[in-house]
Design a protein around this ligand. Sequence first.
Ligand code: NDP
Length: 229
Amino acid sequence: MPQLLITGANRGIGLALTELYLAAGWDVVACCRDPAQADDLLYLISDNPGLEVYQLDVTDYDALSDLAHELSDRPIDLLINNAGYYGPNAVLLGDIPVDEWRKVMEINAIAPIKVTEAFLPNLRLAKGTVANISSKMGSIEDNQSGGGYLYRSSKAALNAASKSLALDLAADGIKAVVLHPGWVRTDMGGPHGLIDADTSAQGIKSLLEQLQPQDSGKFFDYQGKHLAW
Ligand code: NDP
């Protein structure tokens, strides 16, 4: 069975992707910060022998290294760096909270690359794909409204680093793409999002199924539309 490793699998888009790949017969290594509280994810275990749940805060690099060691012999066909954090909503120019900015950068930009590094041997075994869940808010070209300093800059940094991943890993046969999941009704997206998490997950899965080597290093939305940096 093909194998998916996904972060932030306990709720929102991560949970929807986990359910979808399990339903398609994949084995899923589902990582979340607090499995004891991850009721919706744990509920899936009884019907899905291919599901394994692991504790992982993506910014805990020692724990990340331990998990990578534990899973060292497993080929990973698809790594989805989904875990993300918006930070405080009401951030105004003139009062930008530096600690929160560092936290948003750490979770959204640094951790996905460290997770990818940790599981590179596994990705090499399968000539796998890295899908980094970014956001259109990380597109500098698309920014028409200003604001969003913390989140926008973190996703733009993720985009830049993901392009390097794609170039550096091409020789290993590993693809890396950056994906905008749509405006999704989750805790982060809020109740007015345009689509639900299942629709986003289905779009992401079908896009990834059609991915060609020449698509590596590109930025797509969940409908497969190519986005500007
Ligand atoms: P949610 O807020 O619903 O879920 C966020 C997930 O990330 C949770 O599982 C959360 O875990 C996890 N997470 C946060 N910090 C960490 C951490 N340090 N270590 C491990 N896991 C962590 O968000 P969505 O499902 O909406 O978002 C998923 C991805 O999609 C994110 O990268 C987001 O930026 C992106 N995105 C979402 C959009 C939307 O409209 N919803 C639009 C564009 C992009 P916990 O439950 O423990 O907090």
